[in-house]
Design a protein around this ligand. Sequence first.
Ligand SMILES: [Zn+2]
Length: 233
Amino acid sequence: MFALGKVLREIFYPTRCLSCHTTIAPSALLCLPCRESLLAQLFLNAGSRECLHLDGIYILFRYEDGVKKALHGLKYHHRRSYLEQIAGEIQGQGIVAQLRDTWELCQAIFVVPIPTAPQRYKQRGYDIPSEIFCKWTSQEELIWYPALARNRDSLPQYGLNKLARRHNVQHSLHVKRNVRGKVILLVDDIFTTGATMDEAGRVLKQAGAAAVYALAFAGNAGVTNNTKSTERG
Ligand SMILES: [Zn+2]
């Protein structure tokens, strides 16, 4: 019955590309041309963007057009259906091979989601990083490892400047599982200034993590072309 409902919904309300509104497969967020134009696949070196506690950063999509609409819909308009579509965009991009290759990682990778503030979880009813990365983690045979927790409710980062963002997240996270000697891949929906990811990197390294990398579904890529690029910094 559920599957039939899904089929009927697709007939009457087909899934549309969030950028250009053409009809697309239900598990996708973007049509092929829009996906190609928004894919960043950007690798940032250790210490880039003042993130001194991260060994590398990977940004999958540019935070623009349909990608921006999807994250806004999830954060502010309860568009829960976007979770599955974003998860669909993350799967099948060959991310793990790229990460292992670029960062020369051959050991086990522990995937640690950035925890959502309890207050915002209560408002939304879902935790975006877990919903969009958990399935991908098991498909890729990585280890899902929620090792971080919030100390307190920090203010939403949206609307704060760079300095205020750093101050806002200071001491907002703690490590709740053993991370000693482990290679960590932090995952989050968005990388803007990287303040939260960097604070996560700081506490994880303090707890003995061997290396901490960051992966974001979207971010300010700082490039306008759609080629795979590396920013030196
Ligand atoms: Zn499109």
